[in-house]
Design a protein around this ligand. Structure first.
Ligand code: PMP
Length: 355
């Protein structure tokens, strides 16, 4: 803390330390990365881009990447906005498209960066309580508000909200931007991108960090009607005119061309998720139905904090949130088959060793 920090900066707390430990002998199931690396075509494209052209600035508009994303979704290039991870896309949305004076609405159990962005950019916020089953209460997202945002599937619950309900929220808030954060949509959800032509207030954000195994490349994007995308461009061009570096653009383009690799990775994660669900239920866990690459679960007998600590002693890292309503839960990222076996074996040992 310094006396030169302004009041918004003073209120910020650092991201939980220890979530990205650099040790190698860990089973790391805490930050929802993909368990398998990107396909050979993707790493090859990045290697090929790493040549003497690195002395040149990259294409500031990431034109080829926009085209690849637009083709994937059947949208126009003018409806795509790429940036450094969906976190940067979200930062631009909070800066430029949400209104101050009325609270930005998001669920009480949701992505922890939304309140941080509100604090940083001087926006008011109001949380909407999830129901008993941790579902999003559609009718609660009403004007007046400065904008609406929620992940779909939600994080950390993994629950998916059907597109009919998403559309009801869009219709109820015609004068405000509604952002559907689809970081986890490729693991069994359905994208709201197809609603874009009918809804001028809809912005969808997605990332290459999860289903495309490229968290290390930092690429995300927004999809929406041109007038919203132009707003995001204006923010970016006012200070950060180079969207993505050369290597990130090359790798991301290759990722959108590698449909077979993408589908195989997606299926592998879904299979392990179903296996983990069954294994956890057999151990007495209550598991929230997940369409993401993680599951959210609690055990009636042992606290979430205790389970997370005991797993850590066995070199397995999962996520526990020290927050009201969800302190009993663990969020577990889907890993490889071997990692899931190691996790279930460790949990069995922790829960049943006293018998
Ligand atoms: N939205 C949600 C709901 C997330 O969980 C994450 C990843 N932690 C992000 C956005 C940001 O992802 P990235 O910046 O890697 O694209």
């Amino acid at each position: 803390m310094s006396r030169f920090w302004n009041e918004r900066l003073q209120q910020l707390t650092p991201y939980v330390p220890g979530e990205q430990p650099q040790m190698t002998n860990l089973v790391k199931l805490n930050t929802n990365e993909h368990p398998f690396g990107p396909g050979e075509a993707v790493t090859q494209a990045i290697r090929e881009a790493a040549d003497e052209r690195l002395r040149l600035y990259p294409d500031p508009d990431a034109t080829q990447l926009r085209q690849a994303i637009a083709d994937w979704f059947g949208l126009e290039v003018s409806q795509v906005f790429p940036a450094n991870g969906s976190d940067e896309v979200l930062a631009f949305i909070f800066q430029g498209l949400f209104r101050s004076g009325e609270p930005v609405l998001f669920p009480d159990i949701s992505y922890s960066f939304y309140p941080v962005y509100c604090g940083l950019y001087g926006l008011e916020s109001r949380t909407v309580a999830l129901d008993e089953q941790l579902r999003i209460p559609v009718e609660a997202f009403q004007p007046p508000n400065g904008g609406v945002i929620f992940p779909n599937p939600n994080a950390p619950t993994g629950r998916f909200l059907d597109l009919e309900s998403v559309e009801r929220i869009l219709v109820a808030n015609p004068d405000r931007v509604v952002v559907i954060d689809e970081a986890y949509v490729d693991f069994g959800g359905e994208s709201a991108a197809r609603l874009i032509p009918d809804h001028p207030n809809l912005l969808v954000t997605q990332t290459l960090s999860k289903s495309r195994s490229l968290a290390g490349l930092r690429v995300g994007y927004a999809l929406g009607q041109q007038h919203l995308i132009e707003g995001l461009e204006r923010i970016k061009n006012s200070f950060n005119s180079y969207t993505l570096d050369r290597l990130a653009q090359a790798g991301a383009i290759a990722a959108f061309r590698d449909e077979a690799g993408f589908r195989a990775g997606q299926q592998a994660v879904i299979e392990q998720r179903e296996r983990l669900n069954a294994g956890l239920e057999a151990l007495g866990f209550e598991v929230v139905p997940s369409r993401a690459n993680f599951v959210f679960c609690r055990h009636p007998a042992v606290s979430g904090a205790e389970l997370a600590a005991q797993l850590r002693e066995r070199h397995i890292i999962v996520r526990h949130f020290d927050k009201p309503r969800i302190e009993q839960y663990l969020r577990i990222t889907i890993g490889t088959g071997d990692e899931m076996t190691a996790l279930l074996t460790a949990l069995d040992d922790i829960l049943n060793s006293g018998e």
